[in-house]
Each structure stands twice: as C-alpha cells, then as structure tokens.
Write a protein that binds this ligand. Sequence first.
Ligand code: PEP
Ligand code: MG
Length: 903
Amino acid sequence: MSKKAVYFFGDGKAQGHAGMKNLLGGKGANLAEMSSLGIPVPAGYTITTEMCTLYYENKGRLPKALVEEAAKALRRVERSMGKKFGSTENALLLSVRSGARTSMPGMMDTVLNIGLTSKTIPGLIRKTGDARFVYDAYRRLIMMYADVVMEKAAGIESKDGHSIREKLEAALESMKEERGITEDKDLSAEDLEQLSKQFKKMVKRTLNTNFPDDAEKQLWGSIRAVFQSWNGRRAIAYRKIEGIPGDWGTAVNVQAMVFGNMGEGSATGVAFTRNPATGENAFFGEWLENAQGEDVVAGTRTPSPLNKATKTPETRRMKSLEEAEPKLYAQLDRIRLKLEKHYKDMQDIEFTIEEGSLWMLQTRTGKRTGGAAIRMAVEMKKSKLIDKKTAIMRVHPNQLDELLHPMLDPKAERNAVTLAKGLPAGPGGGVGKIVFTADDAERFSKEGKKVILVRNETSPEDVHGMHVAEAILTAKGGMTSHAALVARGWGKCCVVGCSDLTIDAQKKTLRVDGRVLHELDWLSINGSTGQVHLGKLDVLPAQPGKNKWYKELMSWADQTRQLNVRTNAETPDDAKQAVIFGAEGIGLARTEHMFFEPERIVHMREMILAEDEETRRKAVMKLLPFQKKDFLGIFKAMAGKPVTIRLLDPPLHEFLTLTADQVTVLANKLGIDQQKIHERIRLLHELNPMLGHRGCRLGISYPEITEMQAQAIFEAAAELTKKKVKVLPEIMVPLVGHANEFIHQEAIIRKAARDVMKKYKIKIKYLVGTMIEIPRACLVADKIAVDAEFFSFGTNDLTQMGFGYSRDDAGTFLPDYFERGILDQDPFQTLDQEGIGQLVEMGVEKGRSTRPDLKIGICGEHGGDPESVKFCHRIGLDYVSCSPFRVPIARFAAAQAAIESPR
Ligand code: PEP
Ligand code: MG
C-alpha cells in the first residue's frame, strides 16, 4: 500500500500522472497529466482509491494521514488560485467529485460550490459585484449537498417517496410560477437569496439537521459522501452490468471551482476530440453560455453545437462557440490536438470559460459507438498516430456487433408516419413498445416484450430499464446527455433531445404530432438519423461489407490471426451468409434440424416407431433423398471449403412431442395402433434431459441411421465431384465417450464411403472424426485419437456434463448464482476456463500425443465468445466455429489473441 494519501495538481505541475489510474482514478490521473502538459487546469488534489478502501476497512473513519495531507494540499491550492478557503474577503470555492478507475457516467456523486457560508458570501458578493451569481451558486450547493451528502450518503429513505432534491426542485418551480417566469435565469438575486433561505428551512424540516454553515464541514461531508456513493444503489447496479469489481474503490478529486455562469463571457461545454457517433475526425461538442457543467450533462437545457462544421439542420440557427468566441475556440482546438497527440486516442473533455479564461476540467478516453471505434482505429493507424496492432486492440470484438446489427428498412421508413426528429445519439434501428419508466421497461421485457423507453431525460436511476430496452428516446438533452452517453457505451439505438414530444409519465401518454400514444403502442426509431416513426417497421440485416473502415480493419485482423474461423450452419442460406462474414468452412452442421419439415418428420417418426430392422430401414431410406439434397446444397455453398457434418444427435423423444390428436393422425397414416405410439413416447421420454438415448448411442442401436446419413453425404459429394465442384466432407460422430463407440460408427461410415466410391467410380477425400463433449472423452482422448482424424469440442455438452447443470433448466437457478456471486459469468456463454477449460486442454494434449497432426476445433456456443476464442487460441486449437453473425467477432478476437499471446 502506498503511503501517500493525497496528490496535488495545478500550476503546470502534478504529483501524479496518467499511468496512476488505479490509485488516482481515471479523472484524477488525467487531471494530473493535463496539468503537467501545461494545459490550464484549476488547481486541486486527488485523494487515492486506497483511502476509500481504508475508509471502509475503518468502518467509516477517515484515515489520519488523509486529513493531514489534505490540509497541506489545500494550502497549495489556495496559493495557486490566490484565494483562501473559508475567507471572509476572498473565498476559494471547491468542487468534490468522484473518480473511479474506469468512467461510470453519472453514477457517482458530485458537490459543487463548497465553501459558501454566511461568512464567505458577503465578501464574494463584494468581490464579484454579482449577488445574483453568488446566491445562484449557494442554492445549487444547498440542493446538491442536501441530496448527495445529507440524504443519499446518510442512507435516508424519504417517507413520502419524494427525495429532498425533488422537494427543493418543486419549491424552485413554484417560485418561478409565482413570478410568472419559465427559466431559472430570470430569477433575481433577491429571489435566489430567498430561495436559499427556504431551501435551508426545508432541509432542516425534512432531514432533521441543519445545512452546515462551515466551509470545512461542507468539504469533509462531501468527501465522505463520495466514498459512500461507491456503495450506493446506482453505483452497484452499474458495476454489475459493466462487470466492475466492488473492491476497486473510488478516488476523490477536490478542485478549485471555476464558473461558467458568471455572465455572458462565461460558458461551459463538453466535447469529443472526434465524433463519437461516426468516428469522423472532426472536433465535436456542445456548449452552453452562462451555465454550469451540470446543465449540459443533465440535459435540462439543449446546448448549442461547438463549431460550424458540426451543425445539423436542427441546430443551424444556434450560435456555435467558434462563431461566438473565435479566439477561445482556437485555443480549445489547439488543446484538443495536443491531447489527442499525447493520449493517442479520442478524448472526451469538459471545459469551462470563466470571464474569458478557458479552463479544462476533465479529459478521458471517450466512449464511442462500434462504428466510430472502427473508423477511428483505422484512421489513427493511417495517420501514424498508432500502429496496426494498437488499432486492432482498440476495438472490442463485441463492438463489431453494432455494425452487424439491423437497421430500419429504408423503404418502410419512407412510407412511415414520421412523428418527430431528435438527435441521433446511438445508431441502428430499434423497434418496440412504448414504456414510460425504467421499472416498466424491466417488467415488460421480462415478459418477453420488446420495449422502447421514452423519458423526458434519463438519470442513473434508469440504467436497469435502459439496459433491457431495444431503444431509448428522450425529449430533452443533447448528444452528451446521460442517455446518449450510456446508450453509446452499450451500442444501443438512442434518440435524444426530441423536443416535439410531450411526455406524461404519470398518465402514461406521449403527445406528438397531434396524436396521443399510450403504453405498449409500437414505435420505430432510427438512431442514426434521429427519426421517430409510428408503428412497427421492418428491419434489415446489417451490411458491414459496405463499410470501408470495417473491411480494412478486418483485413488487418485476418493477416494477424493464427486461428481459423468456421461457422455452425445447416442450410445453404446460412452457409452463404457465413461465407460473406468470412467463414472458412463449416464446423458443425447439425443434421437433426433437417428432419423437422412436415414431409420429413413423418418418415422420421415411422422410423422411430418401427419394431424391426427391416421396417426401420425402409423408413430411414425414405429420408435419404432429402438428406442428399441438403448436403448437395451445403457443399455447393461452401465450394470446396471443409464441411463438418454431424450424424444424428438428439434424443428421439424430441421428434415425438405429439398431442393426442396428432397421435391419432399419425396412427392412421402409418397404420399403427394408437396405444403403441403412446407407449413408445412414454418409453423414450427422458427423466434426465439430454442424458438419454442420443448421440452415437442412436447410431449404435440403429446402425441404419448412420448408414443412410453416410450414404447421403457421400452420394452428394460424389455427384458434385463428377460435376467438378470441389467438396471436402468431414463426418463427425457425436457424444462419444469410449473409443469403441467411435470405432463402431467409423466402420459403418467407411463402408458407406467405399460403396459409394465404387458405385460412382471416383475417389472422394474425406475425414472421420468425433465431437469431444463428454468428460470421459477428454480423459481417454489419446485412445480415441488412434482412429479419429479430427476432434471438435462440443463445449455445450461438455459444460453441461462437467458442471452437472442441465442445459434445459440451468436458467432456473443461474440467476441466483449470479446474484450471490457464486458464478460471475454464464458458463454456457463464456467457457469456464478454470474447470471445463482443463478438460479441453487435456483433450488437446492427449489427442495430439497419439496423433500429432490431429485437427482440433470447437463448435459449442463458446466458439463465438471473444474470451473463449482467446482461450482456444492459447491452447493451440486449429479453428473455432460459431453462428454466422458471430463469425466476424471470432475472427477479430482471434487477431487480438494472436497479438496478446503469439504462438
Ligand atoms: C455442443 O454440445 O457443444 C454442441 C455443439 O452440440 P449441441 O449443442 O448440438 O449438443
Ligand atoms: Mg452436443
């Protein structure tokens, strides 16, 4: 543990630097770095994350070293700013902000204007000559302090369901109503002074304690509150969604206040060094004249664009900072370039202009959409700001998902009733039913409904509802409002600042364009243009192939990766789609899905119900032409790429889920006694789901199934070979746990191959291999590999049998496991490397000990999960196989794996 509790920054100096994020939090580390770079930053100090941890260990007592060092640092801040905290003449005011290792937008609490007391206020009024400004700051302090420190951090739950903030806001609104005004800025100094008095009385009445009239008390109260907020409800909820560990703690930044609300020469703004929605290399941001930062982020006033270049038709009449303050804009633009060059990444910055002086309050790596991440990575590599490897590591594989996501069908959009247009804050199309609260969003989505969360503005309290919604639509707020930031971080469709909406969350109505819409009415939202349409529009699949940055980045990824990527597909259409997405073969064609069509399933059922081999064989052979057609289609679509076809796998009862009426129909069709069918269904029904008469056990009991499937595969291959179409079949035996099971099935397959080759008088290259999906198969992989020419890990079943969790009902208890921290990830989604991973590694080692060139892949769901793909790379697999839409993600994860651990 480091001994130092507090790190000073300011005056072009700093005790910390950007590399100290774990200790100083992202914000503190970057404030230190900016200060060292000579960028104007108001002086301040950062309390380390270790102090937060210590605070909790000490059961809420402040460490002594912290109190002493903070006092010293404060003297230095006072010297730097030429003001004194608590002074009656020339008071320094402070802000206290949280700052965790990674940014948690709006999750943690902030208190501004600390140090305003009955002692300091008269001096400040004299000095600024602006009583209105001072009382405005004071009423904001009282509200923030009462909310954050006196209520939330103290853990007080209001008795009447209204928080102190809501009550104070109501008082502010009723004062405006009395005065007949609508804007805060039209309140006079006297109004604000009176409001401050009223606020203090209400605080005392509601919370039973006085608002502290002492600068030091305010300061330490706020610092404690930030520590407390680390374990507040909102922070915990956000951490859970983002997977942030609870023991990191937060740092606290105490910094001299600068004011963006000191009149016309003052302003505040938020900006991105490049466009976070599109990735375009253009300075992009928003500013508000005569306002404090919270006004921009809270989305209560719609801000103006930063420059002319980024105006939209909606904002074209607003004055940009570039036009209003060209010199300051130029200075800000120089800082933007300096920061990008220094950090080599897109930055999200906050600034304040206080009476003509520019101050930077924050810089951090900016959140961005997937599309923007890709474009920036490619363009930064091209301008030599970063190298190719860094460009690949910049994009999270899951971010590609957004490009692969559907959009509203433009044709449907053209004919749609467009209700309104807001700001395009998160791209893609979102179609769903209107809900007005986050709780309703959660409730309806649990019922399986697709919902769109419609709010005036969102707050961190809403994150659970935002997370489950298809899209988010807000009436207020700009591109940097809470809704926009959070949605973008998640790659969610989002439209903000849609001022034509009149939302009544209580009555659950949305008035727009002369209509009244209600809860559960359909809306369709285009997050790329900001348009809001009535009803349920069609959506189109994504077309990543049209995005040149995506194509370039993927080509770099393909040059880099060492792992092949195949797809799980069993129809020619899926196979073609997967090839477009870059699949290099089929890793798993599940043949059972092919038998469910009405004209096929009847033969399948006939086969299952047959009582002797001859009848069964007859029924099976009726399926042969269908199977052959299936394989012809797939082989053609894959044009010579390897195609792994798995023999029939599922328990037979899955084909016999019949109602009584259906049994009657089937009995008549096949001329069998109804009772017999019912009896067979009863016999086949499993008590242990997924552990019954399935996999190679079927082919062993009923060899004619394997014979038919093998014959169909080889005949399809032979016919295509004759037509000079290349084919490369790989026949895969499922659910093998003993080498003898494989040997039995292999003999049938090879015989079928010989027979077909003789009949067609040609040679076909093929492989026979097995799935490794039973724990015992991993233990005896060396024996199985004597005969098997390839392995494909079926990690779905391996996880099921390794954990002893049924795939069919794990959903009933896994949520309890996550809730109680027993598991932090779903082992059916992300491979459990610690346990099941050992089985896989053992299977690889043992298999290759017998057959060094054994080809090994994975075809469980994990083949498309980035972390699992990286694991497969590390343990030496040849390929991963996943559903078509995950193929690009797997290719990209494989490239990152090759960079992280080359082999
Ligand atoms: C597996 O078990 O991982 C697998 C791919 O097969 P299925 O999901 O069809 O059982
Ligand atoms: Mg399986």
